[in-house]
Design a protein around this ligand. Structure first.
Ligand SMILES: Nc1nc2c(ncn2[C@@H]2O[C@H](COP(=O)(O)OP(=O)(O)OP(=O)(O)O)[C@@H](O)[C@H]2O)c(=O)[nH]1
Ligand SMILES: [Mg+2]
Length: 372
């Protein structure tokens, strides 16, 4: 049984293309849905199942989520997603849905896709790429609408359909998305369990991962590699608290019970464990459980750590005034002026327009040209 990822819109498609390059994720079934075909190249065609969606001659959605959703539904009605739905039902759980929240195509079509999957009993985890807080209003309106619509999806038993999710925030004025897209790939490797080496001692197995990922709320997952445990401690701590995955304040997590998982692979992993994760564990107030994967290995002189923390609060959103303040009407505030009366004293215009003819050619009947 294979894992499966579906990327939506430009951003989702780009990340699926980055997944296709990961050797560790060789067996993952990949789908990409977008309204423009330009993202497709021959390299990726045989690795990724690409489904183009459009609703009329204008490709794209113009950053309009309603249009994105509509395009998706039109294609759903013509059964374009039947194979994808079947693959999702056959895939290993969970199925990941990857999209930017800010655009139209991805953000809009994510909701009907998630609904369709949840209705088929598929467990879905959305990976949502959000805009920086300095981005224009439209990006944030789309983001807020997406969050609210996902949270309204329910399953057969009327329970929350999508209890857990993960979020990456694009850096300010980003021109190169490769580093953040790579971090998403990294997270996927961690949650699909292809990063943990087998160990007979402490280990994180598939059912442990399942428990962590089923924890309601947001989760983060990241990893780091360094040449010694102290450098690794600094690096993994900074990746948890100041990276593309939004951090949290002490106030926010105080009342929450978190689910955590740590893995370490190094020469003396057992003794290094406490010091490597010290700074992170200090900032976790309450934890329901802590899974560990500890591998003593020379690892060619490298130490490797991964961290998963679940049950986190949603990051701050930008509240946007939903009222759209429209420009004034072309004629607003203008009263039509009166011409000076002497101008009306000119001679009245009578008779036919100069050089015009009233004769209609005899093959024109009722405004239409007839065969003679
Ligand atoms: N991390 C990341 N962000 C991206 C990438 N491509 C676009 N974005 C961001 O995604 C947002 C726009 O979403 P897109 O994915 O381009 O939009 P879409 O889903 O194709 O929707 P349309 O509006 O119809 O084009 C912007 O905030 C971009 O900064 C990418 O490859 N990686
Ligand atoms: Mg697009």
């Amino acid at each position: 049984m294979n894992n499966m990822c579906i990327g939506l819109g430009n951003c989702g498609t780009m990340i699926v293309k980055a997944i296709a390059k990961s050797e560790k994720l060789n067996n993952v079934k990949l789908y990409a849905i977008d309204s423009v075909a330009t993202n497709v190249d021959t390299d990726t065609l045989d690795r990724i199942n690409i489904i183009p969606i459009q609703s009329d001659e204008k490709s794209g959605s113009g950053r309009n989520r309603e249009r994105g959703a509509e395009m998706y539904l039109i294609h759903e009605q013509s059964d374009d997603f039947a194979q994808m739905y079947q693959d999702a039902m056959d895939a290993k759980s969970p199925v990941l849905v990857i999209t930017s929240s800010a655009g139209g195509t991805g953000s809009g079509s994510t909701v009907p896709l998630c609904k369709a999957l949840v209705a088929r009993g598929v467990r879905v985890i959305p990976i949502i790429i959000t805009p920086d807080l300095s981005e224009p209003d439209a990006y944030h309106l789309n983001t807020n609408d997406l969050f609210s619509e996902i949270s309204e999806i329910t399953d057969d038993a009327d329970d929350v359909g999508i209890p857990s999710y993960t979020i990456f925030q694009n850096p300010k004025n980003s021109v190169n998305y490769d580093p953040i897209n790579q971090e998403v790939v990294n997270l996927i490797e961690i949650i699909f369990g292809v990063r943990n080496d087998y160990t007979t001692r402490d280990s994180i197995d598939e059912s442990d991962l399942d428990t962590i990922l089923n924890t309601p709320g947001r989760f983060i997952a990241t990893s780091a590699t360094a040449t010694n445990p102290d450098a690794l401690r600094k690096l993994i701590t900074s990746k948890v608290f100041s990276s593309y995955q939004p951090a949290w304040s002490e106030e926010e997590i105080k009342p929450l019970t978190l689910m955590t998982g740590y893995s370490l692979k190094s020469m003396f992993a057992e003794t290094d464990f406490d010091s490597v994760f010290e700074d992170i564990r200090k900032r976790i107030v309450r934890r329901y459980d802590e899974y560990r994967n500890i591998v003593n290995s020379d690892n060619q002189g490298q130490c490797e750590a991964t961290v998963i923390i679940a049950g986190l609060p949603r990051p701050a959103i930008k509240n946007i005034e939903t009222e759209y303040n429209m420009a004034n009407d072309l004629g607003e505030g203008i009263s039509k002026s009166k011409r000076p009366s002497f101008l009306n004293k000119k001679k009245k215009i009578i008779g036919k327009p100069f050089a015009a003819t009233t004769k209609v050619p005899d093959n024109i009947v009722g405004g239409r040209k007839m065969e003679k």
